[in-house]
Design a protein. Structure first.
Length: 494
């Protein structure tokens, strides 16, 4: 991650000024308007302030880059975040090593200085993300962007706090992206366990169960899915105690399927490689833990991650099999490719046993969710209106958006089994919802929300703030905002 700092005046020879629609300037731009080079440039009218358009002019003592903001009345934090990402990419491409940016001067309805600093810093860090661990060829030598100063006029300590929060959020998001982007032969259940254990904080305790311990604990549904794989499963439990000991934690449960071939109900070959991303739910949980511990948020969290591959070995679980899950509920397997809900059943039941205040789970659970919502929103379901409303609000603020689907009682009919308690598929109709209905059987009466991130967890084309095609780190920004709203105080950042 590049260095980002808060400053109150010019630090670098490259400065980035907003150019509003109609070629209007903010105060920083106004202050250099009398320079003849700038005056000529503006008079030429080539740059009309179109959103994302960038042009540089060279002054005697440096360079001024003007970035178009589009219609100022349409600006919001998401557009600011994306604009910062575009600016970062452009500076990096143009071999700029250090620059000052004046984007906090933009007025955004209902956004504080802290909100703007956070959005700008997130955009820069996330937009400059790369994943080249496996590229051994040396790259063409070029000057890499190394540091940015966000110039602020106002409360500097508020801006610095916001920058530290953004750093924790970005590093959590990048951690989640990296975990997702590593291939299935590297990012195995054991690897996920090691990565969880490598997150260190005095108030964080992590326990990783290996296969023997999983057998002893009785996580039988996880073991059933693991039967087709030659590598061991893991069951990861993380406890972060940032608040009072007796405060019930918020439980975060993440699907950690390190590769999903579908099992005996095998998937088609096309794009099957993308099923290395089937552990992005667990990556979200780990990313959230990284961000929360870096911010020292005063909150208690319980993280639970069941992890395995879903393959087709000779001992693989089969369509028709009936499994007795950890909770005792029997599951008739009709499609071995509906494995996510199977492993989550044990993790949710375990989480519910710990009597958390609420449970939120994250899973690349259904292809149907990708069809319904595409990459623009995570599917939201659950039993708690409070949690759902909180997630919707945080989704709007962070642009890590969610969209609710109904969980009417009637949908539960679709997962009734003739010979077991429930079956693991509810047919093609409302596939995202019936998957959630299945999960709902394992959370007792603990307030619960389910996030189906199948469409949002990765994006092969890339976006401005997630430019490398691959894992996006979806749900890290969402949940950190949700947790901060719960705490209702500014985090004390270490
Ligand atoms: N991991 C997949 C869901 C998925 C598919 C996510 C494509 C993103 C893109 C999950 O394990 C799965 O295979 N679900 C099945 C369920 C079906 C068999 C009831 C699906 O969605 O097809
Ligand atoms: Mn599957
Ligand atoms: Zn899966």
């Amino acid at each position: 991650m590049i260095q980002i700092s808060i400053a109150t005046n010019q630090q670098s020879s490259v400065s980035v000024f907003p150019l509003l629609d109609g070629s209007k300037l903010t105060s920083s731009g106004e202050s250099i308007k009398s320079d003849s080079v700038v005056a000529n440039f503006l008079a030429a009218g080539e740059h009309q302030g179109k959103y994302g358009a960038m042009r540089s002019v060279y002054l005697n003592d440096g360079r001024a880059m003007f970035v178009g903001t589009g219609e100022t009345s349409k600006l919001n934090l998401h557009k600011l975040r994306t604009l910062a990402a575009k600016v970062g990419a452009k500076l990096n491409k143009n071999n700029v090593e250090q620059a000052d940016i004046y984007l906090t001067e933009l007025e955004i309805t209902n956004a504080s200085l802290a909100d703007k600093v956070q959005a700008i810093a997130e955009g820069l860090w996330l937009g400059l993300y790369t994943f080249d661990t496996y590229q051994t060829q040396e790259k063409e030598a070029k000057t890499e962007l190394a540091s940015i100063n966000i110039i602020v006029d106002g409360n500097v300590s508020e801006a610095k706090q916001a920058l530290m929060a953004a750093q924790a959020i970005a590093s959590g998001t990048i951690f989640a992206r990296d975990l997702g982007n590593h291939p299935g032969n590297i990012c195995t259940p054991e690897y996920l366990g090691d990565q969880a254990e490598a997150l260190l904080h005095p108030k964080l305790k992590t326990t990783v169960l290996d296969k023997a311990a999983i057998e002893k604990a009785g996580f039988t549904a996880l073991l059933a899915v693991n039967q087709g794989s030659d590598i061991e499963p893991r069951f990861i439990v993380m406890e972060y105690n940032g608040a009072n000991n007796d405060d019930a934690p918020i439980a975060l449960v993440g699907k950690g399927l390190t590769f999903d071939a579908g099992g005996i109900s095998i998937k088609p070959a096309g794009q099957m490689d993308e099923m290395k991303f089937d552990m992005c739910g667990s990556a979200a949980v780990l990313g959230i833990f990284k961000a929360v511990t870096e911010m020292n948020l005063p909150i208690n969290l319980l993280g639970v991650i069941p992890s395995t591959e879903n393959l087709l070995g000779g001992s693989a679980y089969k369509p028709g099999d009936i499994i007795t899950s950890y909770k005792g509920i029997t599951i008739e397997i009709l499609n071995t490719d509906a494995e996510g809900r199977v492993i989550l059943s044990d993790a949710l039941a375990y989480a519910a046993e710990q009597k958390p205040a609420e449970i939120i789970d994250f899973a690349t659970l259904t292809g149907a969710c990708v069809i319904a919502l595409g990459g623009q929103a995570t599917g939201l379901m659950g039993t708690s209106d409070d949690i759902k409303q909180g997630l919707i609000t945080s989704g709007q603020k962070t642009h890590d958006r969610v969209w609710e689907m109904p969980m009417f009682e009637e949908y539960q009919e679709q997962i009734k089994s003739k010979i077991a308690d429930i079956k693991n598929t509810g047919g093609r109709e409302a596939g995202t919802i019936t998957a959630a209905c299945f999960l709902s059987r394992f959370v007792d009466d603990i307030p619960w929300a389910h996030l189906d991130i199948a469409g949002t967890a990765w994006n092969m084309k890339g976006t401005d703030i997630s430019p490398v095609g691959g894992a996006t780190g979806a749900s890290v920004r969402l949940i950190v905002d949700y947790l901060r709203n719960k705490i209702e105080i500014n985090p004390t950042v270490s």
